[in-house]
Design a binder for this molecule. Structure first.
Ligand code: SF4
Ligand code: SF4
Ligand code: SF4
Length: 301
């Protein structure tokens, strides 16, 4: 490993929550994946926004991979790769998401020296189940003696393609600015023919208010004059659309499947109560949303 990379590896930065956190987008977000992922209880909510206590944080990187919108900034602890094999060192187990990224970077073998811990084995086996759903061969294990001196690439080098882009990295490495690239953990870009979430819309509840379309950072939802398109390929299962929908019309589940686009027709009707044109997903609708709500209010009283 070069001197430059050794220097960079030795730097530490405090982890922080970025403005892309779903709680900055809406106070109705219920996401607490980072809080739940932290074994040190270093993340808690302060005024409705997650906050990292740097004194408790051990910079294990678990919250970085847990966040669906890459809103945790920080640097992963180093991992080692030898001859395109991920070398198991220490007890910091990579997440499934991380392993799936390594896989697409050409790291398809895991090398270990001696016993494979239960946690490592579980993470790799769970990843292999997902690889099966993705139609990919599993990670293979190699039990072999490791020599420290033969380590060739660190985890950060792996993500940054360090050796290929050495010049531009020198610029990025200015202290306090150099961060893990938030885009690197978006599985959708590595597996374009699959989706990692399923979005379901209850057409009888949706009022086409467009709040979900406005807040989805991955543009998975598109509402036009004649259609409501749900494209889950780039959905990261942040659940923000589900949390903010005033009609509780959306459901998002984490599930791996072949990429499919749902195209629901929007029809224009004339309201039988007020006589105005209105848009709906239900062909048999006769009353617009404001008139329907007014009617429901009157029925209650
Ligand atoms: S996991 Fe990400 S989006 Fe969710 S609360 Fe934490 S920082 Fe915000
Ligand atoms: S799914 Fe919910 S948030 Fe989206 S347009 Fe329909 S009612 Fe509005
Ligand atoms: S569709 Fe919903 S769950 Fe998926 S990325 Fe967009 S807001 Fe998040």
């Amino acid at each position: 490993m070069g001197l430059l990379s050794l220097w960079a590896e030795s730097l530490t930065y405090e982890y922080e929550i970025l403005k892309s956190c779903t709680h900055h987008k809406s106070p109705r977000s219920k996401c607490k994946k980072c809080v739940e992922s932290c074994k040190e209880n270093a993340i808690s909510f302060v005024n409705g926004i997650p906050s990292i206590n740097s004194e408790q944080c051990t910079q294990c990187g678990d919250c970085i991979t847990a966040c669906s919108v890459q809103a945790v900034a920080g640097i992963f602890p180093a991992r080692t790769v030898k001859n395109h094999r991920l070398v198991i060192t220490g007890d910091q187990v990579p997440s499934i998401k991380e392993l799936l990224v390594y896989y697409k970077k050409g790291i398809t073998e895991i090398a270990y020296d001696g016993e494979l811990s239960v946690h490592w084995r579980k993470s790799i086996e769970d990843t292999n189940e997902i690889l099966h759903l993705l139609g990919e061969p599993p990670f293979t294990f190699m039990n072999e003696k490791m020599e420290e001196a033969t380590i060739e690439m660190t985890r950060r080098e792996l993500f940054f393609s360090w050796k290929k882009e050495a010049k531009s990295l020198v610029v990025k490495m200015a202290p306090a600015k150099w961060r893990f690239n938030q885009e690197d953990l978006q599985l959708a870009k590595y597996y374009p023919s699959h989706q990692f979430a399923e979005i379901t819309l209850d057409t009888s509840k949706c009022t086409l208010c467009k709040a979900c379309e406005f807040l989805c950072h991955h543009k998975c939802l598109n509402i036009s004059d004649d259609s409501f398109i749900l494209n889950a390929q780039s959905c990261s299962a942040c659940h923000l659309c589900e949390d903010i929908c005033p009609e509780k019309a959306l459901t998002v589940i984490e599930k791996v499947s072949a990429h499919k686009i749902l195209n629901l027709p929007v029809v224009t009707k004339v309201c039988s109560t007020c006589g105005q044109n209105f848009k709906t997903l239900i062909k048999s609708d006769e009353v617009c949303v404001p008139c329907e709500k007014k009617k429901n209010l009157l029925d209650i009283h």
